[in-house]
Design a protein around this ligand. Structure first.
Ligand code: GAP
Length: 451
């Protein structure tokens, strides 16, 4: 049995918690919403930012062989003709003969759910036709001069069309990579499962260029598969809830020679979180052909000219947010009270610690607490302040949003017991345990936990 079957309402609990506590809201909600779009609130934007920053650090900034970039979202039609998306980036679609709703033909469960809504009437589905997922838009003021551009369907193409620019400006030696984070858009026939399948979403990707050689290809593919898997677990997701699965040949995208997914064991079953694709020289060759610009790499020692192969790591930011939330949700009992909390890894928690003056009407406590907060903010800026209600209530509020530490400033901090002067109480979210520490020790605990 899937571990998630233990809590069939987990997804609903998460959707409700993240709205109530300011993580994620339905897109354009006051106008009835726009299917397949979500807006990130004050805590969600921090969580998402921390995940992206962790990707950027590990895949790009800490490495000598990877460069970062950020390409435009709008790209002309020709790019998508070259990349093959104009013809091959499609899902099979069928239409219901009763209500004319169009649905994905390759999702039998969804089709069965739809049939059930017609209560006993026999649904006839039309023949399946391919439905292209690219999102077009018109640019230019007059109808005559306007051109069709596309909101990119994958962020990859922004890197591929700049391959030559990075070569000419940075002079990298193979193997090397180009990484990017940014929005992608797909006209999904049936956006569903909250952040899982949206029409506007964010991707984090690495295109890693290598010599066109089978052995090198295998070696690099294995390396990046493991690297991506280890990175995913470093978000704090339980390793047993993740697996690697190879695509069958009829499942692979048009550009892929080999493809593996990192999947997460979600309430909807095992679902794709991340793809590792062997794109060969598909993109560079096609852009060379369609643009007329050489995409060749010249070896500086031998002068040999080659078209490199590309091993791609491609992850969805929003899916990482969703899976991190699902994996972190806990319910337990503490001090005789039921509580729910998010056991985020401190590295991605939106708030790293919250500082509480024991009483808000004692100016000396408030002043000292503000001083402590400033000290802790030298470790990380996301140190919150809460002086509202009793300490137990403040703990619950922070637990529910996944804050790993709470730091309380009391009369002992001010020296009521002289041996405790300038010490604070540091309380751990998951265990509820408390320690009495000096302020530098508390700062060190937080520094260690988020590193
Ligand atoms: N450049 C390769 C590429 O785009 P993909 O498997 O189509 O490959 C990569 O997408 C990742 O982007 C997926 O593993 C998933 O995490 C995310 N993703 C794809 N479609 C999505 C959607 N409609 N909503 C949210 N995330 C999506």
């Amino acid at each position: 049995m899937s571990f998630r079957m233990a809590d069939v309402h987990l997804m609903e609990k998460i959707v409700s918690l993240v709205k109530r506590r300011g993580f994620v809201f339905p897109g354009s909600e006051i106008y009835g919403g726009l299917a397949g779009t979500y807006d990130y609130g004050p805590l969600g934007v921090e969580l998402r930012h921390n995940i992206k920053q962790h990707f950027w650090n590990k895949f790009i900034a800490e490495r000598d062989d990877v460069y970062g970039m950020s390409a435009a979202i709008l790209m002309p039609e020709r790019v998508w003709e070259a990349s093959g998306h104009s013809t091959s980036f499609a899902d099979p679609m069928v239409e219901c003969n009763i209500c004319h709703e169009q649905m994905r033909a390759d999702q039998p469960e969804t089709l069965a759910e739809h049939e059930a809504t017609h209560k006993g009437k026999k649904v006839e589905w039309s023949n399946s036709t391919p439905f292209n997922l690219l999102v077009p838009t018109r640019l230019g003021a007059s109808e005559k001069s306007a051109t069709t551009a596309y909101l990119r369907g994958e962020i990859t193409q922004g890197v591929q069309v700049n391959f030559k620019n990075v070569l000419d400006s940075m002079h990298p030696k193979l193997p090397f990579g180009i990484g990017q984070i940014g929005k992608a858009f797909r006209n999904e026939i049936a956006p569903r499962d909250f952040l899982f399948r949206q029409r506007e979403f964010e991707q984090m990707e690495l295109q890693y260029y290598i010599r066109p050689d089978e052995e090198e290809g295998k070696k690099q593919f294995e390396y990046w598969k493991q690297f991506a898997f280890d990175w995913y677990t470093s978000l704090g997701i339980n390793k047993d809830h993740l697996r690697l699965r190879q695509h069958a040949s009829d499942e692979r995208a048009h550009y892929a020679k080999d493809a593996w997914d990192i999947e997460y064991n979600s309430p909807m079953g095992w679902k794709e979180a991340w793809g590792i694709h062997h794109r060969g020289d598909w993109d560079l060759r096609r852009h060379q052909e369609y643009s007329g610009v050489s995409m060749e790499y010249a070896d500086s020692e031998t002068g040999e000219k080659i078209l490199p192969w590309d091993i791609e790591c491609s992850g969805g930011v929003d899916r990482a947010v969703l899976f991190v939330l699902l994996d972190a949700y806990r319910e337990d009992e503490i001090g005789g009270e039921v509580r729910n909390y998010l056991a985020f890894h401190p590295r991605i928690a939106p708030i790293k610690a919250a500082v509480f003056p024991l009483l808000k009407n004692k100016p000396e406590l408030v002043e000292k607490a503000r001083e402590v907060r400033k000290e802790l903010q030298k470790v990380h800026p996301a140190i919150a302040w809460d002086d509202n209600g009793n300490i137990g209530k403040r703990y619950r509020r922070q637990d529910e949003i996944g804050t790993p530490f709470c730091v309380t400033i009391d009369f002992d901090t001010l020296g009521e017991k002289p041996e405790l002067k300038d010490t604070v109480t540091l309380r751990h979210r998951d265990s509820g345990e408390q320690e009495r520490l000096t302020i530098p020790e508390a700062a060190e605990r937080i520094r260690e936990a988020i590193s």
